[in-house]
Design a protein around this ligand. Sequence first.
Ligand code: CP
Ligand code: NVA
Length: 307
Amino acid sequence: MEKDFLTIHDLAPDEVEAVLDLAAHLKAMQKSGTPHRYLEGQTLGMIFEKSSTRTRVSFEVGMFQLGGSALFLSSHDTQLGRGEPIRDTARVLSRYLDGIMIRTYAHETAEELARWADIPVINALTDLLHPCQVMADLLTMREHKGKDLSALKVAFVGDGNNMANSYLYGAAKTGMTLAVATPKTHQPDKAVVKNAMKDAKETGAKLILTDDPAEAVKDADVIVTDTWASMGQEAEHDERKKIFAPYQVNKKLLANADRRALVMHCLPAYRGEEITDEVFEANAEVIFDEAENRLHTQKAIMTMLMG
Ligand code: CP
Ligand code: NVA
């Protein structure tokens, strides 16, 4: 693997598999009461410029379970928030820590941090990508739908946001069929689509972009949605609610899908917007497995980068 984990696009298909295999192994060992302590004595710095529940807790607990520790570094309380350049922060933190996790706005900020840091940098969400979440989703699909991800059809319905972009990369590397249904005005990032299409040629993945949610969910094994207003888009929330209304994952939309189709959501979920309460609760088991799997997949990523 490369020094950093900023995007699934950087991983070879067999590296994606290796992360998922290790995550499944770490999960089993943890649950059997014989956890691995691969990162004994190591420290992860966690830079947060945006809010988080799952990411913060799962990285912190993950480091603890691996025998190390984690430091929460909010941009409000560090000199980053007062304008200290990222390249200086990167060089300072490299003298104290063994790895850095960053949640930020511009993807270029995570790239710059990785460029200047001597230690591994993990992308824990940017405006462009959320690769740790999609790795956790892939593990969850393996557990619920079988190990051969290339046999699956997945539909992503809603905003062409950081989750949709990372799904394109995840699908392209695993050979699955992915249909992304968004309004024409809110499609996934053009450069991501281009890169993913190139990756898809190598694995046989089929990537479909459409504005028709019913078409996307037809024959899908898994249907994925996410908030219509991502962090940083709060001011557009009301306008977005109108634009995305036809993309709600509800009983009517699911009537077009296979009866056994699962619905996944990275959380936090906004019931009555991108998903109805009824559909959410009917799929609660897989949705909370997905949240749990953040822990196991991130432990695998940290072990591979820092171990
Ligand atoms: N899914 C996810 O990343 O959740 P948090 O924003 O709570 O970390
Ligand atoms: N697309 C969402 C994901 C939250 C985990 C956001 O960026 O806010």
